[in-house]
Design a protein around this ligand. Structure first.
Ligand code: FES
Length: 109
């Protein structure tokens, strides 16, 4: 873990451990975080709890830049954590970084 005065950068996976359009989960400071890999290879991270009734977003289907909650199909923007209209609500979205040389995936919290 690399730390500066305001944020922590935590290695959470290797890129090849997450299938495209797939997800895995990590637990950091008692918060479960879903780490998604989009079809373009980029990575996003959200709190793994739907803003509707707490569905596990990591079990949802990735469509474009959103994940469909597996419980009632709300669509959550993978970059912002906001529910797409007509629904409302938001989960925490975490910045991610990929080390292109090692393939390490980091979350910044
Ligand atoms: S719990 Fe996610 S849409 Fe209802």
């Amino acid at each position: 873990m690399e730390t500066n005065t305001t944020t922590s950068r935590i290695r959470i996976a290797d890129l090849n451990e997450i299938d495209r359009r797939g997800a895995r989960t990590v637990r950091i400071h008692n918060t479960e975080i879903a780490v998604f890999r989009l079809s373009d290879g980029s990575v996003r991270a959200l709190e793994n709890r739907c803003p509707h009734k707490g569905g596990r977003l990591s079990e949802g289907m990735i469509c474009g830049s959103a994940v469909h909650c597996p419980l009632h199909d709300w669509k959550i923007d993978l970059s912002t954590g906001r529910a797409l209209e007509p629904d409302t609500g938001c989960v925490t979205a975490y910045p991610t970084e990929i080390d292109n040389e090692s393939g390490a995936v980091y979350i910044v919290i």
